[in-house]
Design a protein around this ligand. Structure first.
Ligand SMILES: C[S@@+](CC[C@H](N)C(=O)[O-])C[C@H]1O[C@@H](n2cnc3c(N)ncnc32)[C@H](O)[C@@H]1O
Length: 324
């Protein structure tokens, strides 16, 4: 059975095994960043617990930034051990999807994975353990949020420390202004030109709209308004996903772009709009409805309008917050 232009419901560690060998031209994906898993085991029970929670509750599941002051008070030996165990579990979990992903990628096919600046190294190692070769680490520069760490001056002032002013400007973290996108590649067949002639992929499109040579910093991306029915909490800008697809695959129907952590389907929508085939995988059924609705609206949108509303309302819990 040929799978193409479809979204599969399930755990990508299983679903990826259903895809043929040497089949996918590029994988562009934004998996969970591990933030919520401090103090929880990164295993099937935890995933089940979270699916249950998202389906049955309207409570916000907060992101606890990895290593921030919110993540647990005292930094004792046990705390550091738990953080270390947790990130290694995350790396192993990444390895579990990277292995079947490797099989289904074409030689020369690029895998681009988003992650936070603090966790990206583990994603890179997991992908390398699965057989991929690292090509680059892109910077997606975006507007920064408010630093959430410790403000030493304010804290000491509250504690009545007379020297609090000495600590003006000292915080426990810097302002976070970029996300990392690790770019790895399935090994070429002999060399670039043989691979590109046989599989149609392996090189980067370096021409920008401005006529410059594409750099590895992506910035100035406008975030469009999400459709009202799209209540996913970590939607990437459509323009960003279009940009990445344009760099990694020739825009024609000979290619399939895969997103095994589809979320609300932004990668798939971008591929469809660019005339490239897509395959998505998503574990939460409610998100599947959002993806299908976004994909089905494409033919009635002209590329610029994302305001169109679905004819059939989607019923689901508000404030879906999971696996960010
Ligand atoms: C960060 S979100 C992706 C958001 C997406 N980039 C967008 O623009 O909508 C990650 C998604 O991966 C899904 N997910 C988590 N674990 C998964 C797994 N094992 N298999 C498939 N999907 C999974 C989550 O439900 C979540 O929707």
């Amino acid at each position: 059975m040929v799978i193409c232009n479809e979204v599969l419901l399930g755990d990508c560690r299983d679903e990826l095994k259903k895809l043929p060998e040497n089949y996918i031209s590029a994988c562009i994906t934004d998996p969970p960043y591990n933030y919520e898993f401090i103090g929880h085991r990164w295993d099937n029970d935890e995933i089940e617990r979270r699916i249950e929670r998202i389906t049955n509750s309207s409570t916000l599941v907060k992101n606890i930034p990895y290593g921030s002051g919110l993540a647990g008070g005292v930094r004792n030996k046990r705390w550091y051990e738990r953080v270390q165990e947790n990130i290694l579990e995350y790396q192993n979990w990444c390895y579990e999807w990277a292995v079947p992903l490797y099989t289904t990628m074409k030689p020369g096919g690029v895998v681009a994975v988003f992650n936070s600046t603090r966790t990206i190294a583990h994603v890179q190692i997991a992908l390398e353990r699965a057989g991929f070769y690292t090509r680059d680490c892109l910077v997606y520069r975006r507007h920064s949020g408010i630093p959430k760490g410790l403000n030493a001056k304010e804290k000491l002032k509250k504690m009545g420390n007379p020297h609090y002013e000495d600590w003006e400007g000292w915080h426990s973290c810097l302002r976070n202004e970029w996300e990392a996108i690790i770019v790895v590649q399935k090994p070429l067949e002999n060399n670039y030109l043989e691979t590109v002639q046989k599989y149609g992929v392996g090189l980067f499109n370096t021409q920008t709209n401005a006529g410059t040579f594409q750099s590895n910093i992506i910035e100035g991306i406008q975030r469009e308004k999400n459709e009202q029915f799209n209540v996913h909490c970590t939607v990437k800008p459509l323009a960003l996903m279009k940009k990445l697809i344009t760099i990694f695959v020739p825009l024609n129907e000979d290619h399939i772009v895969l997103d095994p952590f589809a979320g609300s389907g932004t990668t798939l929508v971008a591929a469809k709009k660019l005339g490239v085939n897509y395959i998505g995988i998503e574990i939460v059924p409610e998100y599947m409805d959002i993806i299908q609705k976004r994909l089905s609206l494409i033919h009635i949108e002209n590329d610029e309008s994302s305001e169109a509303q679905p004819e059939i309302p989607i019923t689901q819990p508000q404030n879906l917050r999971l696996f960010d």
